[in-house]
Write a protein that binds this ligand. Structure first.
Ligand code: RIB
Length: 305
């Protein structure tokens, strides 16, 4: 292993996905079009994305001792993720997510965390040696906040770049924010983190991102769906346009962005190059159903016209 490797510390879920013409109203019953189970979870999706693109990717997570774990591990391993550091929980079941996708490819998600929320700071410390051997560490917020905070400390101590995808969003302690090299919220997550409403213009997004920079974040990279992504650093904001596509399922588009961005950085790409690449991978992912099943290989991306 060299320091081109990536470490993802995060969740894994089995996604139960229903596709329907539209989202039901409260109290409404609708007929759906199809149902399927797909491997998911923000941590696992981002790890699979980086691995499928060709990155040496290690995953630290906690799953239950059940059939979903077997299926998730099998899928992640066959996509190339190194699963040697997985922990197994004898009490809690593997996480699941209930997802509805509407006719336009938009999604609504409810997560039942199960074993993901049992991933402790001690679990991560028990895999300490890994931190000194990777260049990029990537985490999300589907595991306990104290575990994310410890991950950030270990990444900083090891001199690795730390990317935090703050999803699902919650208020973050300043001490954690100060250890984040790249924070990658979407618009809604940024509103919550910055504590302000964001209007439909880029200047408003920049102002909110600036609040996080003021608290010590190194770079804020806001994912804006079909508009692309905005890279905000002290004194500068740059918009990277996204490619227009016909969306089939937007689930895990943010995960594709994060996994691809981490992969590109680990390969020594510059930040603008990494953002262009991540935008492209995220756009590709929404043209396919499912989370991990929608992640492209490097060849898929090269061939994609
Ligand atoms: O980001 C998409 C993911 O969010 C899904 O795979 C689901 O499991 C939830 O974690």
């Amino acid at each position: 292993m060299d320091r081109n490797a990536i470490l993802v510390v995060g969740s894994a879920n089995m996604d139960m996905v229903v596709v329907a013409e539209k989202f039901p109203q409260p109290g409404e019953t609708l007929f759906g079009r199809q149902f399927n189970m797909y491997p998911g979870g923000k941590g696992a999706n981002q790890a699979v994305c980086a691995a499928k693109l060709g990155g040496e990717t290690h995953f630290i997570g906690r799953m239950g001792n059940d059939l979903f774990r077997e299926r998730l591990v099998q899928n992640m391993a066959s996509d190339g993720v190194v699963m040697d550091h997985l922990l197994i929980d004898e009490q809690e079941p593997t996480g699941i997510a209930l997802i509805t996708v509407d006719g336009g490819g938009e999604n609504e998600i409810i997560v039942i965390s199960g074993s993901n929320m049992k991933l402790s700071p001690a679990d991560v410390e028990s895999r300490l040696a890994l931190f000194n051997r990777v260049g990029v560490v990537l985490a999300q917020l589907e595991i306990p906040l104290e575990t994310v905070a410890r991950t950030a400390e270990l990444a900083a101590a090891a001199g690795a770049c730390f990317i935090l995808n703050p999803a699902p969003a919650c208020k973050l302690p300043v001490k954690l924010l100060q250890r984040v090299d790249f924070l990658t919220p979407n618009r809604l997550e940024l509103e919550l983190l910055a504590g302000m409403s964001i209007l439909d213009d880029i200047e408003s997004v920049r102002c909110a991102a600036q609040r996080l920079l003021d608290q010590g974040v190194g770079n804020v990279l806001v994912t804006l769906g079909e508009r692309g992504s905005l890279w905000v650093t002290p004194g500068e904001a740059r918009l990277f346009a996204a490619r227009r596509v016909q969306a089939v399922d937007t689930t895990a588009a943010g995960d594709a962005f994060n996994g691809a961005f981490a992969f590109a950085l680990s390969r020594g790409e510059t930040v603008p190059q990494a953002i262009h690449f991540a935008n492209r991978v995220a756009a590709f992912s929404v043209t396919r159903m499912g989370a991990q099943s929608s992640m492209p290989t490097a060849a898929d991306i090269e061939e994609w016209v």
